[in-house]
Design a protein around this ligand. Structure first.
Ligand code: PEP
Ligand code: MN
Length: 346
């Protein structure tokens, strides 16, 4: 790291900064300039000294502290240049194939899930999505079917050879949900629920970590770091739109997040254009954009009758809408040197 001292600061300030850095394990080299001095420090583990670094900023004579390594380690590309592939029960996310995850926002009934699962599996999807425990902004809206919902998802997965991704909200339910799910989804609203992150870090089930509504990339990656430090490195990062001043769409889908996150981290990047836009007729265009930008996987909401959906109907594709979209995505995937399964229904 480089500590930039204020112009004309006292010698004793430089000495104090140097001593404290040494005390934290750094090898220190102060460079005293005519106008400005800097203190170069190497060798300490910056990500483990994060609290000290914050304090350092307020030391007498300090103008700025510039880090030269990232505040996260396990999930950083600089630590592991090769890309991670997450193995979801034999389905590889982060390899050459762009993997489709699709299904209803929320499990509503066995018929609804089976009909959707049959269609998306027939269109090449490998992973079935569906919420059994739903995070709802209003306590009056549908909260999900709970354990019954998990059982329906599991059975649909078995019947149509799909892996299952579903949300877990409560740290106390991680083990229970993992008994049914192949991927534990940590929702946007829970990206900074550190108890939950620690708990899924203890699990050996892969995790889909969604970006918080107003989370910076670094905050998302630090949330992933919580999971990884628990020992679970099977993490997929998910861009699902952020809150901006724009109100035309439910969220603003940040396509730029795809190359940025793939540059900063070795973890696979998934894009959710359904929550990302809130509008069915935008899902196809933004899915294509996500694949073009390098997404490793898409997670798409599909409902047999979106107008009757209990949740997120306006952003859910009809089955036909999904079937129509897939061949276009496959063409884009091919154009960027990837593959995508299309299935026999398409
Ligand atoms: C969802 O996938 O239905 C969902 C609630 O996602 P998010 O946490 O991104 O809002
Ligand atoms: Mn939803």
């Amino acid at each position: 790291m480089i500590v930039v001292m204020r112009p004309g600061c006292a010698q004793k300030d430089v000495a104090h900064v140097s001593e404290e850095l040494e005390r934290h394990g750094y090898t220190v080299k102060p460079i005293i300039g005519v106008e400005k001095s800097i203190v170069c420090a190497v060798g300490g583990e910056e990500h483990k000294n994060i609290d000290f670094l914050e304090q350092l900023r307020a030391f007498d004579g300090v103008e700025d502290v510039l880090l030269i390594t990232k505040p996260y380690k396990f999930v950083a590309r600089e630590t592991r240049p090769e890309r991670s592939v997450v193995n979801v029960g034999g389905v590889l996310v982060g390899g050459n194939e762009v993997v489709m995850m699709a299904g209803p926002c929320t499990v509503e009934s066995e018929e609804q899930v089976m009909e959707t699962a049959a269609a998306v599996a027939g269109a090449g999807a490998k992973i079935l999505r569906g919420g059994a425990f739903k995070p709802s902004t209003s306590p009056y809206s549908f909260q999900g079917m709970g354990k019954t919902g998990l059982e329906i998802l599991r059975e649909a997965g078995r019947r149509y050879d799909l892996r299952v991704v579903t949300e877990v909200m409560d740290p106390r339910k991680v083990e229970m949900v993992a008994a049914y799910a192949d991927v534990l989804q940590v929702g946007a609203r829970n990206m900074q629920n550190y108890d939950l992150l620690r708990e899924v870090g203890q699990s050996r089930t892969p995790v889909l970590l969604k970006r918080g509504l107003s989370a910076k990339y670094e905050e998302l990656l630090l949330a992933a770091e919580y999971i990884a430090t628990g020992g679970n490195e099977a993490i997929m990062l998910c861009e699902r739109g952020i809150r901006t001043f724009e109100t035309h769409t439910r969220n603003t889908l940040d396509i730029g997040a795809v190359p940025v996150l793939r540059g900063l981290s070795h973890l696979p990047v998934v894009v959710d254009p359904s929550q990302g836009t809130g509008k069915r007729d935008l899902v196809s265009a933004l899915s294509m954009a996500a694949v073009a930008a390098g997404a490793d996987s898409l997670i798409i909401e599909v409902h047999p009758n979106p107008d009757a959906a209990l949740k997120d109907g306006p952003q859910s594709l009809t089955i036909q809408g999904y079937l129509d979209m897939v061949p276009n995505l496959a063409r884009i995937a091919e154009a960027v040197g990837r593959t995508m399964a299309v299935g026999s229904l398409v």
